[in-house]
Design a protein around this ligand. Sequence first.
Ligand code: TRP
Length: 329
Amino acid sequence: MDEKKIILSGIQPTGVFTLGNYIGAIKNWGKMQEDYECAYFIADLHSLTVYQEPAKLRKQTMDCFALLLACGIDPEKSLIFVQSTVNTHAQLSWILSNVTQFGELGRMTQFKDKSEKHPDNINAGLFTYPVLMAADILLYQADMVPVGADQKQHLEFTRNIAERFNSRYGQTFKIPEPYIAEAGARVMSLQDPLKKMSKSDENANGFISILDDENVIINKFKRAVTDSEREIVFREGKDGINNLLTIYSVLTGKTIHEAELEFEGKGYGDFKLAVGQVVADSLKPIRDDFARLSKEKTYLEELIAKGAETAYKVSNRTLSKAKRKVGLI
Ligand code: TRP
């Protein structure tokens, strides 16, 4: 039992979850619970690096927790918690910041991008964001961290910091590996299939929110951009069709080839409707569960408290060790 590998991942509670987040990440989080020891958390401390309306952040954090449960993260199988309820993260982050160089943080692409986006709020938290992320990961001695392409550099940074700390102070942290999701898990915008599906798309027709209702979903798929041909096949250059086939295949469990055969000779209109229907049907149980769970405030609070307790126990082992190694009493 104890030989199961440890998987850890975090998600910020701000902004809507899209079909892309679901297919690309959260759906797999659920599946991984069977084969690994999993820890999933809501990175609310990281969200503070961009100004958040306090009441809204609190609500989004509760909703995000309910949504993870609705997506199949099972608190009996996985450790699920809210980052700010476990004080070891900020503590280890401080220790790690002393083995981090100014220059390496300045080279982080996310820091550069976000500084450009929010030139009036280039705060120290934004700068040290990757150090807190390294603490998140190293505290749990994670073997693997599923992250999207945008977080790869932060994971590489985490590995560097861990190696540096270990070589200076002796073996303390496991060096985590990135976990590469299965191929085909990248969902593109419905309006511009060359771009990744994103909640910050100006065109709301480009993305599906995990909580969109059936009509909205079907309508967005009806409007999905395809091409001027008539063949439903996965082929280079047919980005719109490729995206729809991918979504269909991931959600039905059929191969791309099976999907191609199923739609052979059919029109794009029928195909788009069929994909929309599969998406609506797949998301319905999540939407229903979310509606139910988000009303059960006491239950959610209990789970959050339980998660905090367990996460503290697990992470404090690593924190105590790190404190001892650097000479804190
Ligand atoms: N920075 C990640 C994101 O925005 C969220 C995150 C915080 C995370 N800590 C983490 C992901 C630790 C994986 C592991 O997507």
